[in-house]
Ligand binder design. Structure first.
Ligand code: MG
Ligand code: MG
Length: 249
């Protein structure tokens, strides 16, 4: 069952999304060599709570932090700790806010200092997949068109797509129906987008395998071949004529 949000609900998700966007955009200056992932997490916590919201991930199914901070071959769900960020790291920050009961969810991949051309292109392609997917959103479109747009970028560039990690509906809860795979699939063919749906679109690719291991902390998900992963996510409202990104400028 995919929920359709009312105008009032959308307004609250929009406010929540502004706070989430505020964190991820401020982190562009904050994340540099020498900071720890725990300090990044504290920055996110302080920002969210000082803007009248609550961190959506903290205590969610027992997750111990405000943000998932996943470095290099960690794809998602990295737990912030005393790891020091260094030149050349690829740092993914995934987080959400709850504002007056309503959720937003967004992620960004930060390149710390200099990296290879190949990695730069890979990160920018993953972001391009997010916007390509979002670009086709509109009432009446099949969800699978979004999935196909995302998956095409990975296929054309031979990136790994993690079949076990997907986007999702969001708003009243952090995770709602439907699942949104990052590749063309049969199930999403049967889902027609309607105005008022709110979707978390989130391509996650690797420069190698699509196979992952769960880390011993039982949260972090890492590529089996140690290849670098990237992740971008926005919370997006479906409208009659198109879409509105609720976690962007
Ligand atoms: Mg997220
Ligand atoms: Mg999400």
């Amino acid at each position: 069952m995919i929920s359709i949000k009312t105008e009032q609900e959308i307004e609250l998700i929009r406010e929540s999304g502004k706070i989430t966007y505020g964190v991820l955009s401020s982190l562009k200056d904050f994340i540099k060599p020498g900071v720890t992932s725990r300090e990044i997490d504290k920055f996110a916590y302080d920002y969210i709570t000082s803007h009248g919201a609550t961190p959506a991930f903290l205590d969610y199914e027992g997750f111990p932090a405000t943000a998932c901070i996943s470095i290099n071959d960690v794809v998602v769900h990295g737990i912030p700790d005393d790891t020091i960020i260094k030149e050349g790291d690829i740092v993914k920050v995934d987080m959400g806010s709850i504002y007056k009961g309503y959720y937003s969810d967004s992620a960004y991949t930060y390149i710390v200092g200099k990296t290879s051309k190949k990695v730069k292109k890979f990160v920018s392609d993953t972001q391009k997949a997010l916007y390509n997917g979002i670009s086709v959103i509109k009432e009446g479109v099949k969800l699978n068109q979004v999935c196909s747009q995302i998956g095409r970028v990975a296929r054309e560039n031979h990136y790994g797509v993690f079949t076990c990690l997907t986007g999702h509906g969001v708003g009243r809860e952090l995770h709602e129906d439907p699942y949104i795979p990052n590749y063309s699939n049969h199930e999403s063919e049967g889902i027609i987008l309607k105005a008022g749906m709110v979707l978390a679109i989130e391509p996650m690719f690797s420069l190698g395998t699509k196979e992952v291991w769960l880390l011993p902390d039982e949260w972090g998900i890492v590529t089996q071949d140690g290849s670098i992963a990237a992740h971008f996510e926005h919370t997006v409202l479906v409208t009659k004529d198109g879409y509105e990104i609720l976690t962007g400028e």
